[in-house]
Design a protein around this ligand. Sequence first.
Ligand SMILES: Cc1cc2nc3c(=O)[nH]c(=O)nc-3n(C[C@H](O)[C@H](O)[C@H](O)COP(=O)(O)OP(=O)(O)OC[C@H]3O[C@@H](n4cnc5c(N)ncnc54)[C@H](O)[C@@H]3O)c2cc1C
Length: 273
Amino acid sequence: MASTLSAAARRAKERPSPLTSGYATVVRSSRLTPGVQRVVFSGADLARLPDEEPGEIITLVWPTGDAERPVLPSDGWRYPAGTPEQHWRNYTVRDFVPDGPDGPLLTVDFVLHGDHGHCCRWAAACEPGMTLGFVGPRIHFYAEPGADWTLLVGDETGLPSIAATLERLPTGHPTLAFVEIADDAERQELATEADLVLEWVTRDGEPAGRSRRLEDAVRAASLPSGTPKVWVAGESLAVRGIREHLRDERGLPIGPQQAIGYWKHRLTPDDVE
Ligand SMILES: Cc1cc2nc3c(=O)[nH]c(=O)nc-3n(C[C@H](O)[C@H](O)[C@H](O)COP(=O)(O)OP(=O)(O)OC[C@H]3O[C@@H](n4cnc5c(N)ncnc54)[C@H](O)[C@@H]3O)c2cc1C
């Protein structure tokens, strides 16, 4: 199995980044759950997005000031000289239809984490016709056909990737998923052919990013034997605790690429870059 694992990892690592960039325009926006806004984008530039692995990552870029569109990088990740500071954040390709009757369609699920984030404020109020930039995508989860079972762990920000991954796991593949949500109203229908045991972990009033309930649920789990594919995403400190538990106390193979901080409590990517 070692060669299968490394071949998949190598392919993910060797793919150029970013592959492409362009503009995407909102075609519809709806409330998926009380805390998640589902936004569907279209645009000819999206035809260049590959659709290799579930839950690929794109960087979305917001226009500055009165500009209708953001400036796109013209050379890899470099912006033209003099480009004003633009808001950007990483999001997950929840779904991608490359060749629908209306052209390519990209679906992104935005967590509405209060009124203190530019992206979540924008998502809650966005309307058809609004345009963002995108840069990417990058592979975060790569399939490992040789894995005996799969473990997926995440909070609401990891859920789009977990949902997309579950849709593509092979029929009958033993899979455990732990998903932290604010409360039961945040549960989503997750489609899969895998043999899934799913636990929704509710915070029930505890603040996002400060709850240990996800780690506690993983600690209490009885895990199958064999070699798993493990993937963890969510608040950085929470992810670190889960990764250390899985690696040090359970002895599972889990590198930094498989346990990823998607956001930091009380910090933004601008604070930590
Ligand atoms: C690879 C990757 C993929 C991601 N995919 C998704 C995705 O599909 N959907 C999604 O919603 N998010 C996703 N995220 C997380 C998202 O990028 C961050 O939540 C981002 O900080 C939101 O930007 P903002 O402008 O709304 O808030 P920011 O300006 O970045 O932050 C403002 C404040 O909000 C807090 N904050 C940020 N996110 C949260 C949160 N989720 N809950 C509570 N407080 C928060 C920060 O600590 C800060 O205090 C992903 C992140 C990464 C790295």
